[in-house]
Design a protein around this ligand. Structure first.
Ligand code: SAH
Length: 388
């Protein structure tokens, strides 16, 4: 089998293949190329992902000649940790530098019964959602599979499981920078590794892909996997959504919701609908009633996200009263609704200081606090589901 293009591309300057991003089939084809049996793939996967070993010499169930050969043709390269900050509540924020100098962010938030890692799928983003700080960076490039998995590898290796927990990271959400469905094959390869029992062995309900609504990609995703799906809706009608999420002009609400419905059909799943609360823009009772009409028979949970402002944004966060009123209307109509609770300011402040030393503080600290809050809300959702 040919390696996926993104993985093939991810060879070090010296031509060695980075094994970190190869899923089982990718590794099998890599070993076939070396004239080795397919079972080597599982052996190496376990070393890399279960034991966090990045040195071939330490892979003691491989023959010495094979270990030597691997060191010649392959490598295990992870993003470089530029900054790692732990907050009082155990939240971790990493600023990671990729081989080409680009930086991405990863956030970990622990909880009693779970640990959630929020990963980035792209450098920047191409979608230009008007309320999103990442949009301002523009699009850099897609991450490679090893860069996505590398975020999980680093977190897993760095963090100790909480007492009584089997692992530090139990949940992964693709809610960092980028649109995961526009980096489809690579995100899938990364998800493959996240779910593979020989790698991270996460439950598919504990891996969530969040999308702005790339309709054909949602349908493709449905064919190949059934991880949890979140949709960034943010508006109850096309006129407003066209403004907030320009991708809506290509894939309008009805089409996006149809695709999401197809995705969960027959799967005992519900789509998480994300709705960022923008003062005076999408948060009136009329918007709430419209949203009720739109989602009344739709298999979903609604996630109300107080807008996280950033410098030069034209939007403001909805007031508490407006959010409560909105929530009351949608809840009364029977929609399962969670409102995100704001996290401690100490973390945001520390976060700003931390990232400010590197670059572009204004955007990055906002992203950090955004991601934390999103994870927080997600946990509420899961708690309510009482599942996974
Ligand atoms: N592109 C994907 C994944 C990014 S996740 C998506 O759109 O779903 C980022 C989530 O945070 C999305 O729901 C996005 O709408 C939301 N978001 C972006 N900027 C925000 C802000 N300033 N305040 C609150 N939520 C924001």
């Amino acid at each position: 089998m040919q390696l996926p293009a993104d993985v093939r591309r991810d060879t070090a300057a010296d031509g060695r293949v980075n094994l970190l991003g190869l899923d089982r089939r990718g590794l099998e084809s890599f070993f076939a190329g070396l004239g080795e049996k397919p079972f080597r793939a599982v052996q190496v996967m376990k070393w890399l992902h279960q034991h966090g070993v990045d040195d071939f010499a330490a892979m003691t169930d491989l023959s010495k000649p094979l270990r030597t050969r691997l060191a010649e043709v392959a490598c295990v390269r992870v993003p470089e940790v530029v900054l790692d900050q732990a907050s009082a509540d155990g939240t971790h924020k990493w600023l990671l530098r990729l081989a080409d100098g680009n930086c991405i962010e990863t956030v970990f938030i622990p909880e009693k019964d779970r640990g959630t890692l929020c990963v980035s799928s792209q450098v920047g983003c191409a979608l230009d959602c008007t309320f999103c700080s990442t949009a301002r960076q523009g699009f850099g490039r897609n991450l490679t599979a090893d860069e996505i998995v590398g975020q999980l590898w680093l977190a897993t290796r760095t963090l100790a499981p909480a007492p009584g927990q089997e692992r530090a990271v139990s949940n992964v959400v693709f809610m960092g920078m980028g649109e995961p469905l526009l980096n489809f094959d690579t995100v899938l390869a990364a998800v493959d590794l996240m779910l593979d029992d020989n790698a991270y062995g996460l439950s598919k309900r504990r891996v969530t892909i969040s999308t702005s609504g790339v309709v054909p990609a949602i349908d493709r995703l449905r064919e190949v996997c059934d991880v949890a799906l979140a949709l960034s809706l943010h508006a109850p009608d096309d006129a407003l959504r066209n403004e907030l999420v320009p991708l809506n002009r290509k894939y309008p609400i009805a089409d996006v919701l149809d695709a999401c419905r197809r995705y969960v059909e027959g799967r005992h799943q519900r789509v998480t609908i994300e709705y960022v609360m923008l003062d005076g823009v999408n948060d009136t009772p009329a918007h709430a009633r419209k949203l009720v009409r739109l989602l009344r028979d739709f298999p979903c949970k609604l996630n109300l996200i107080p807008f996280n402002p950033f410098p030069q944004t034209r939007y403001a966060r909805s007031g508490e009263a407006a959010i409560e009123r909105f929530r009351d209307i949608v809840t009364a109509a029977g929609l399962t609704t969670i409102t995100r609770r704001t996290r401690g300011d100490d973390i945001d402040a520390a976060c700003g200081q931390l990232v400010g030393r590197v670059a572009d503080r204004s955007r990055r600290d906002q992203r950090f606090s955004l991601i934390e809050r999103r994870i927080e809300q997600d946990r509420h959702l899961e708690r309510e589901r009482g599942s996974a």
